[in-house]
Design a protein. Structure first.
Length: 267
C-alpha cells in the first residue's frame, strides 16, 4: 500500500519507499487569496494569512494529479474502503500528526483535513465515524483507508476491503485528536468556499479594471465583475470572471490558457 509521508508541514518534495514501491510527493505552489474574509484561522482550507492551507494544495503521486476540494455536510460518496495498520503506526500523516492505528482516523485523497465522515460497510451495514488526517489510498478503486480500529469496527480487518458509503457529518477544528460529535454538529456546514471565480486582472487604477471588465463582460459565457480590495496596504481593483459552478470547472477554464497568470478565488 502506498502512503504519503510528510516531513513536518513544510511539504518539501520528498521520496518514500514502501512494500508497494516508491513515489514522490510533489506539492504545487501555494495560492494566496487577497480577500480577508477568506483568511479564517479556524479553517481547514485557509491559513490565517490567506494562504491556501498546505494540505489543500494540489499534489502529484505516481504521475497523477489530485485536487483537494471543499465539501458540505450531507455530501455522500461510494467506493471501496481498505485499512492500514502496524506498518504505519507512529509514522507521520499528511497533516503532521502521528498515525495511531487505534484512533478513529482515515486517509482520503481529496477531503479537507479534519473532515468527519460516517463510513457504512454495505456488506453488513456496520458503521463507524472517522476524522480525515491523511492522504490516500492511491489505488483507483478505493476511496478511503481506515485505521485499524475503525476497520475492525465495521468488520473490515479480515477481508481487507469492502464497498462502503461515506457521509460528511461535519468538520473538527484543526489539531483535535478525538471526535466530539456535539462540537461537530455545532460547527460549520461547509468547509469555507461557496463560490468560485477566476481572477484575470488586478489594477491600482479603477479605469484599467473598468476597461478589462467591459472587454470581457461575457467571455465564454462567464461574467466579469470588479472587486474593490485592499492588499498589503494598497487599494487594488481586481477583475474576476464569475459563473463557475465548481472548483473543477474553474480549474478546467484556467488550463485552457485564456489568461496568463489567472488563478482561482474561492468565497
Amino acid at each position: 500500500m502506498i502512503r504519503i509521508i510528510l516531513v513536518g508541514i513544510a511539504l518539501l518534495i520528498g521520496g518514500c519507499t514502501t512494500k508497494s514501491g516508491s513515489y514522490s510527493y510533489q506539492p504545487k505552489p501555494s495560492q494566496k487569496y487577497p480577500s480577508q474574509e477568506l483568511a479564517m484561522s479556524s479553517s481547514n482550507v485557509y491559513k490565517a494569512n490567506g494562504d491556501l492551507h498546505p494540505t489543500m494544495r494540489p499534489y502529484t503521486v505516481m504521475g497523477k494529479d489530485y485536487y483537494p476540494t471543499v465539501v458540505s455536510v450531507g455530501d455522500t460518496f461510494k467506493g471501496r474502503a481498505s485499512w492500514y495498520g502496524p506498518d504505519f503506526h507512529g509514522k507521520q500523516t499528511s497533516n503532521g500528526e502521528g498515525y495511531d492505528m487505534y484512533a478513529m482516523t482515515a486517509a482520503h485523497k481529496t477531503l479537507p483535513m479534519n473532515t468527519v465522515v460516517r463510513v457504512t460497510n454495505l456488506e453488513n451495514n456496520a458503521q463507524t465515524i472517522v476524522r480525515i488526517n491523511d492522504r490516500g489510498p492511491f489505488v483507483e478503486s478505493r476511496i478511503i483507508d481506515l485505521s485499524y480500529a475503525a476497520a475492525n469496527e465495521i468488520g473490515l480487518v479480515q477481508k481487507g476491503s469492502a464497498p462502503v458509503t461515506l457521509e460528511v457529518l461535519g468538520f473538527e477544528p484543526g489539531g483535535m485528536r478525538s471526535i466530539d460529535m456535539k462540537r461537530v454538529a455545532q460547527g460549520p456546514k461547509q468547509s469555507v468556499m461557496n463560490a468560485f471565480y477566476v481572477q484575470i486582472g488586478s489594477f491600482e487604477r479603477f479605469e484599467g479594471a473598468s476597461y478589462t471588465k467591459q472587454k470581457y463582460a461575457n467571455f465564454k459565457g462567464y461574467n466579469a465583475i470588479i472587486k474593490d480590495t485592499e492588499y498589503n496596504g494598497r487599494r487594488l481593483f481586481r477583475v474576476w470572471l464569475s459563473g463557475f459552478k465548481s472548483e473543477a470547472e474553474a480549474r478546467d477554464f484556467i488550463s485552457r490558457g485564456y489568461f496568463e497568470g489567472s488563478f482561482i478565488i474561492g468565497e
